[in-house]
Design a binder for this molecule. Structure first.
Ligand code: EPU
Length: 337
């Protein structure tokens, strides 16, 4: 177990904000986690469990305890002719798991290549890309209830997954810390290639394999999305808004080229990146905060930005979209503080 005080979080948030935590605690197994949670001092303090901080915006220093999982391991649970079931520690790096699975020829998560973050947080956030969401391959999620200290295994259905949403994100539920996630991957993969230009990217490909799809996804992402190691960012800053079909039809009359994805019978999902670009904000900056030049849905730290400056820039973007389209953008990124 690692316990540090007055700890810099600069390497624990992908905006690279130089904020500090009063305490930072890192555990490597469930026993250590249990000990931390039962500690009286812990119970009196404000606390926040983080993954790799790839979806967080710290507005200021964190006056409490930051918890981080180092629970590792990928354990084989079952192997049949069709599928393989694996139990993975919440502290594993998501993309290392994807790379490992793809190298074995196991399919199901190749479209989720290169998404920053760790396995536990990925299951909380229901990460998604190129027509696939992590919920499509999750069997169950093992958790520790932070208030009652009970362990509970959530079936996929009990996780109540939605678009970038789950039971674990609902503040009305008891806080649950994810310790392990069990995945079922396919040995006879059926690929999901309909999204965007993925199929086009694979046009010259001789044999369609999880590895080939991973490579294509990585190439697309590298062209569009900034590498957090070089330019601080948290991926998509906003969720793609889901609007009533009626409103969409009106928008389409005025903007015939508006892209859209189905979202149930009476609703349509509209790309926030497109809305922001139409407001003329792509590549623009608000002081040290930029709207990324190749993907307007991403806000970047151009250097030395502080959390409140990023929040202010996000507000300006929301206001512009509200004025122009009457649509309210909601952050995908979680604000802390
Ligand atoms: N678009 C623009 N201008 C832009 C950006 C996008 O016009 O600046 C248009 C594109 O031309 C396209 C549409 O918007 O028609 C969708 O763009 P893209 O395929 O890049 O995907 P997105 O909707 O902007 C979502 C996810 C991404 C994920 C991609 C690919 C959300 C909030 N974001 O972005 O996830 O990688 O699809 O599947 O759902 C993340 O969550 O951090 C993330 C990067």
């Amino acid at each position: 177990m690692k316990i540090e005080s007055n700890y810099s979080l600069e390497q624990h948030n992908t905006f690279h904000l130089p904020v500090k935590a009063r305490w930072f605690m890192e555990y490597t197994n469930e026993e250590e986690l249990g000990r931390i949670l039962r500690d009286e001092y812990f119970q009196e303090c404000l606390s926040l469990h983080i993954g790799s901080g790839s979806n967080l915006l710290f507005i200021n220093d964190y006056n409490g305890i930051i918890l981080h999982s180092k629970i590792k391991g990928m354990e084989l649970i079952e192997s049949t002719d069709e599928s393989i079931t694996l139990r993975v520690g919440a502290g594993e790096i998501w993309d290392e798991f994807v790379a490992y699975a793809v190298a074995q020829g196991w399919g199901g998560i190749e479209n989720l290549s290169l998404i920053p973050g760790e396995v536990g947080a990925a299951a909380v956030q229901n990460i998604g890309a190129y027509g696939v969401e992590i919920k499509d391959v999750i069997v169950e999620v093992e958790t520790y209830n932070q208030l009652t200290f009970e362990k509970r295994i959530f079936s996929n259905a009990e996780c109540l997954y939605g678009y970038r949403d789950s039971y674990f994100k609902n503040p009305h539920n008891d806080p649950h810390i994810v310790t392990h996630v069990t995945f079922r991957l396919s040995k006879q993969p059926r690929f999901v290639l309909q999204y965007g230009n993925l199929e086009k990217e694979l046009a010259g490909c001789e044999e369609l394999t999880p590895l080939a799809v991973r490579k294509a996804v990585i190439d697309i992402r590298r062209r569009k999305l900034p590498d957090p190691a070089e330019l601080g960012n948290a991926g998509s800053f906003f969720k793609n808004p889901i609007i009533p079909r009626e409103q969409f039809e009106r928008l389409k009359q005025a903007n015939p080229n508006i892209p859209a994805y189905p979202a149930g019978e009476d609703a349509v999902k509209v790309p926030a990146g497109w809305l922001i670009e139409q407001c003329g904000l792509k590549g623009k900056s608000f002081g040290p905060v930029g709207v990324y030049e190749k993907q307007a849905l991403v806000l970047v730290n151009l250097g030395g930005a502080e959390g409140h400056e990023i929040a202010l820039a996000a507000e300006s973007v929301r206001e512009a979209v509200r004025q122009r389209f009457g649509i309210e953008l909601m952050p995908e990124v979680q604000y802390i503080g």
